[in-house]
Design a protein around this ligand. Structure first.
Ligand code: TXA
Ligand code: MG
Length: 320
């Protein structure tokens, strides 16, 4: 890390300690961070994002030792997940301790925790000396940011942005809970069910607790423009000459006003890295609507299709 970068991280950490909001890079998407132990600071996240308070936040840590004070979890299986996937794009939902306020968890008795695999994020958390609550740094329901530019454009009110370039994974963390039988998936993400099954058995039964979380809403991650997925009947009426196309296979691009090759060779990871950025770019461009190429629903393709379907949901309804 350069001396200039260390200075910026110190400045940002000071702001976190003062209860301010700092956007920072993680390996998945940019987060909008506040001191997780300061309810007033956390409240500002909901205000700036225009996020409903029923949507709980993920708490980011830099040290596994923090699990003991932030949660009441003494389950070995959680530690096996940390060992296998942290730092990295896995959020584990655990019973919370009293240190975590209700505003962070939307009143749930559990908290989602993850240790991000990004040097700037980890340095910020260490320097601030406190865990950092952070949702993706976008307005509620909109596309997650994968660059500092996306944050600047969509959340101009943020107190500070740590610029760490483009994020390396581009799609949000996988979120799991633990049940007696094994792990349940709350939100699909970069870490796949198969990856997790190498460590714990998969429990296919749905989450028992009632949980209203936007990861689970039908509409989310939406561009401002009408958005369609190939293969979807709604995509048929699109005027190609006025539309943008986000390409996966390189075979369906002809006739569109603008094409972004999010993957050159039908590579799911490559597509995940560039997808949100392509959606942002199309939204900012002159096209009237956006079509994104569907991908096979295997491995990380499950998380990609989840995001695409939620982004397209509003455009499928007559007056949504
Ligand atoms: O990759 C990521 O996870 C990014 C980066 C910044 O870490 N964060 C992110 O946060 O995507 P956000 O706020 O956009 O999504 C958080 C989701 C909630 O919508 C909810 O689905 C789930 O995490 N969540 C958080 N706490 C939970 C809890 N106690 N129980 C169940 N789900 C929870
Ligand atoms: Mg989000």
């Amino acid at each position: 890390m350069s001396p200039a970068e260390s200075i910026r991280i110190k400045e940002a950490a000071d702001l976190i300690r003062q209860g301010k909001l700092v956007a920072f890079p993680t390996e998945t998407v940019y987060g909008l961070g506040a001191n997780a132990l300061d309810p007033l600071a956390v409240a500002k996240i909901f205000e700036l994002k225009e996020r409903p308070t029923f949507d709980p936040l993920i708490v980011h840590v830099a040290d596994i030792g923090d699990i003991e004070r932030l949660t009441t979890c003494r389950d070995d299986r959680a530690y096996r997940l940390f060992e296998a996937f942290w730092p990295g794009p896995l959020t584990v939902v655990l019973p919370k301790s009293e240190l975590i306020g209700d505003i962070v968890t939307s009143g749930l008795d559990t908290v989602g925790i993850r240790m991000p695999a990004n040097e700037i994020a980890l340095a910020l958390i260490r320097e601030a000396g406190t865990p950092i609550a952070a949702p993706s740094a976008n307005k509620f329901g909109r596309i997650s940011p994968t660059s500092a530019h996306h944050v600047r454009k969509n959340l101009p009110g943020v107190d500070y942005i740590l610029d760490g370039g483009s994020t390396s994974i581009g799609i949000e963390s996988t979120i799991v809970t633990l049940s007696d039988a094994g792990f349940r998936i709350v939100r699909n993400g970069f870490i796949t069910r198969e990856d997790l099954e190498a460590v714990l058995p998969f429990d296919p039964s749905p989450e028992a607790r009632s949980l209203v979380a936007p990861g689970m809403l039908k509409s989310h991650y939406s561009p401002r423009k009408p958005f369609y997925i190939t293969g979807d009947p709604a995509s048929k009426g699109v005027d190609k000459a006025r539309s943008g196309f986000i390409s996966f296979s390189g075979t369906l691009e002809s006739g569109y006003a603008k094409v972004i090759r999010a993957s050159e060779r039908a590579d799911l990871k490559e597509y995940a890295v560039s997808l949100f950025s392509a959606m942002h770019e199309m939204d900012e461009s002159g096209v009237d609507s956006i079509v994104a190429e569907a991908v096979p629903e295997t491995g990380i393709g499950i998380a990609i299709m989840d995001r695409l379907k939620k982004a397209a949901y509003a455009s499928q309804k007559p007056e949504a």
